[in-house]
Design a protein. Structure first.
Length: 92
């Protein structure tokens, strides 16, 4: 039983989507995607691992917030994975 609980918890963390506020890095994202900064969304929903990297927060910390409802963080840097997700959101 304990193993099932651990597997379920790990799966939940891996599938957890985090709303990331990317205002602070929007100019960098826009520059790297070669679009106008006004085209960059203010927030984007990303997988837990991407959010942990760009928000400089431990994945376990963000994962623990998942039980309290919506999970979010503030991006302090960009990453290729974040930029790819923003690009997909822009439909490019």
């Amino acid at each position: 039983m304990l193993v099932i609980g651990l597997v379920s918890s790990t799966f939940a963390e891996e599938s957890l989507q985090v709303v990331v506020d990317i205002k602070a890095v929007s100019f960098d994202v826009a520059k790297n995607l070669r679009v106008e900064p006004s085209q960059i969304p203010l927030t984007v929903q990303v997988p837990l691992e991407v959010a942990a990297k760009v928000c400089d927060v431990a994945a376990t910390t963000l994962g623990a917030q998942g039980g309290s409802g919506a999970v979010g963080c503030l991006a302090t840097k960009s990453s290729p994975a974040l930029e790819k997700l923003v690009q997909e959101k822009l439909g490019q």
